[in-house]
Design a protein around this ligand. Structure first.
Ligand code: ATP
Length: 255
């Protein structure tokens, strides 16, 4: 039987007395976009941080394309093809926007595709163009609005040409029009193809998001967590009809 693309099994993480991730298990395939939802503090960001190696689980396993990645350094995990964006964005504020993306282009993963330094600027520009902020390439990152910072995050992640992209609240702080544009970019990225010198692998994605109406338009499947535990896993239609999800999250005005 084929290995699942991503296989999370019995993953557990406590912070002192708080269980942030409680024996979480799920698989996903190479072609999926999975939404990860749940109330504030449910453990969504912790799960993404465990997958990217920023946090180490107390127990459990994470296998990416059949290989264990628990205990690997984040740079090694990026190199294997996983990239993420963060809810709290921390660009190199004093560097021009394009330099922020060039840093990602210099990851060993991006370099081994034959992209040497002289090509890096052009490739970073293509990533900015993909994200819709190439006109601001030479301005300092500190000048960016919340919405444009989100776009910079996406450009930085996309520049590593990931096979699995983890997006933490990509619509957070965006206006309805900006949210629509971001949703379209995400869908376009998932389709894959060439954007100038940048090749999109058409990454699988896990998207944490509270804006459910917009999220549901782009995902194949939704996983719901509450108190660190998966309480539902299904299609958007199944999730909105699930009484436990309605009680734990949707009923309190989520989305
Ligand atoms: N570094 C940490 N130290 C201590 N507690 C933490 C840490 N990170 C997360 N927690 C706790 O773990 C739980 C899960 O937090 P997490 O940020 O993963 O939730 P979330 O679902 O992403 O929330 P939100 O929707 O508000 O972003 C919360 O109770 C949080 O306070």
């Amino acid at each position: 039987m084929a290995q699942p693309f991503l296989e999370v099994s019995g993953l557990h993480k406590d912070f002192g007395g708080v269980t942030a991730t409680n024996e979480v298990s799920f698989d996903m395939s190479r072609d999926e976009i999975v939404g990860l939802i749940g109330p504030n503090g449910a453990g969504k960001t912790t799960l993404v941080r465990l997958i990217t190696g920023i946090l180490r689980p107390d127990r459990g396993s994470i296998r990416f394309k059949g290989k264990n990645i628990v205990g690997k350094k984040t740079w090694d995990i990026v190199n294997q093809g996983i990239a993420c964006t963060f809810q709290n964005m921390r660009p190199f504020r004093r560097l021009p926007i394009i330099a922020n993306v060039m840093v990602s282009c210099l990851s060993p993963r991006a370099m081994k595709r034959g992209e040497w330094v002289k090509k890096v600027e052009a490739k970073a520009m293509d990533a900015l163009e993909f994200a819709g902020i190439s006109d601001m390439a030479l301005e300092k990152a500190s000048t960016l609005s919340q919405g444009d910072l989100k776009r910079l995050e996406v450009a930085r992640a996309v520049a590593t040409e990931p096979e699995l992209l983890l997006l933490d609240e990509p619509f957070g702080g965006l206006s309805p029009a900006e949210t629509d544009l971001m949703a379209k970019s995400i869908a376009r990225l998932h389709k894959g193809g060439r954007f100038g010198r940048l090749h999109s692998e058409g990454p699988a994605m896990i998207i944490i998001e509270h804006k459910l109406a917009q999220l549901m338009k782009i995902v194949d499947r939704i996983i719901v967590v509450n108190f660190g535990t998966i309480i539902a896993d299904g299609t958007p239609e199944q999730i909105v009809a699930n009484p436990e999800v309605v009680q734990a999250y949707l009923g309190e005005g989520g989305g």
